[in-house]
Every structure is written in structure tokens, then in C-alpha cells.
Design a protein around this ligand. Sequence first.
Ligand code: CP
Length: 309
Amino acid sequence: MGLKSKDLLGMKQLTAEEIMEILDTAKTMKLVIASANKKTSHLQGKSVVTLFYENSTRTRLSFELASKYMGSASANISTSGSSVNKGESLLDTARTIDMMGTDIIIMRHNQSGAPHFIAPYLKASVVNAGDGMNEHPTQALLDMLTMYERFDTFEGKNIAICGDIYHSRVVRSNAIGLSKLGAKVSVYGPKTMMPIGIENMGVRIADSVADCIKDADAVMGLRVQLERQQKSLFPSIAEYAKFYAITPEMLALAKPDAFLMHPGPCNHGVELPTAVYDCDQSVINEQVTNGVAVRMAVLYLLMARRNQL
Ligand code: CP
């Protein structure tokens, strides 16, 4: 039991068996979250620190709640209010946190590969909470938990992902993880937002939103990440919404029991109209709940690995 590595850096590093172990453990953690007490002692006497160089609501809060529900001492550090703003390097910052006896450091950073860079220098386990445009493994795991609660198997399931593919670490982690479990992933977005070589991750590049969504078992919209664009990659928001949004008509092309996902935060009226965000097929709020359960499972399995070491 437990993960093979000291760290959780990406879906690339996880085997299919490890992914399933995380999902099965998260299902148990959902029972803890639903209980009156919301307390386990799995992390009692342990410490968890979140180190965020980028903004976050869901990921950071769900890790904080997950570690508190499991009884750990937890603390947060972000760029504002820390010595990062005095110019302290990433490695010095991480080592400082490590030397205070921290067991697990959860890090979000705007540079791809930042968690992979610090992990070998630290005794603490490092969890990637999103690194640049590379990966966001715990988001993919919570997306997969939401699917797993509806699918008997991932094998052969059609997953459609539409939106800003280029900037999305969520699509990369989902493509890698879902392919490992035998699902078929199709992606679609403006050609200017399609990374070169994305098909090497085992995904199909669709010809249109309709082609991407047709007969899908699950449909995921992605946020247009305006904050990562140096220059505009499409003519206007209105045209993006007209040609690339998941409208009710597009969603109707998926299988009748298909469901709609979005990692959040959402630009209402851009990648999705509010009517789709709030429709009966939407499981976006469930994804948020599953985020806490998956992060509890990750902390539990990393600590199991540390106890073995
Ligand atoms: N999905 C996601 O990572 O959301 P936050 O940026 O709010 O953490």
C-alpha cells in the first residue's frame, strides 16, 4: 500500500495501479467527509505546508481542509507576505520549509518543472499542485474520481475536452492518466491554442466542437487562460463563444447519460454559457467535493510511503 515514489509530481510518474489505488482510497475518504465528525488521525503528529506562487481557491483550500481533517499541523505560505518578495530563491524557500520538519510540501508554481526541480533536494514529500503549463495531477485525479463514480470501467470510454488546450495543465494530466486506464480522449480548441505534439499524449484532435463531443461519455470544458497569453490567440471573446463554446446544442450530441465537467474557475459565457454550467448534466460542484477526497487520499498514501521508508 502507498505510492512508489516519495513525491507526487505528475500523472506521468503514476502507474495505472497507483491511480486506481488513489481513486479507491478517495472513495473511502468521501465517507469521512460525509460523517458528522470529519476527523481521522492518519496525519496526527505530521506537518503539511502549502507553498503557492500562483492564485488558487479550490486546490489550496481543499489541501488545507484535507490535511486538517486528517489531524496534521498545517500552514500556508504564498509569495505575498513571505521572503519570496525579498528575492529568496525557490530552492532556498523550499529548503527552509523542509528544515522546519515539514513532512509534505504542496506547491503551485508558474514555471513548468518547478516541483520536479526541488523534490530531489528535500526530505519532505513534494506534491505538484499545478506547474506552469505542464501538469496538475490532483485535478486530473479528482476528475477521474468523478468519472469513476459513474463508470464501471474507464476502458473504451470517450472523453471530450474542449477549450484552451495550449495553456492547460489539466488537459495534459487528464490525457496521460485517462490513456493509462484505457479511455479515449478527444480534444478541440482554436488551432492557435493547440500545442504541437499533443497527439503524442495519446489524444485525438477533433475537427470541431461537434466532432469532439459526438457520442462522448463525459464532456469537459476548459477555461480560457487569459493571464497566460502574451498576445491574443483568437479575434474576440464573442467569436470564441460563438465557435468554441459548449452550448446546450453541442452537449446534446454526447451520449444521453453523459455528464459535463469543468475544473474551474469558469469564464461564464466564454467556454460555457451559465445555462450549461448549471444544467442537470453538470457535475462541476461534485468535482469540488471530490477534490477534498482525492487530496486526502494522496496525503494518506504519500504518508504510508514515508512510513515504509
Ligand atoms: N481547478 C483549479 O486548480 O482551481 P484553483 O485555481 O481555484 O485551485
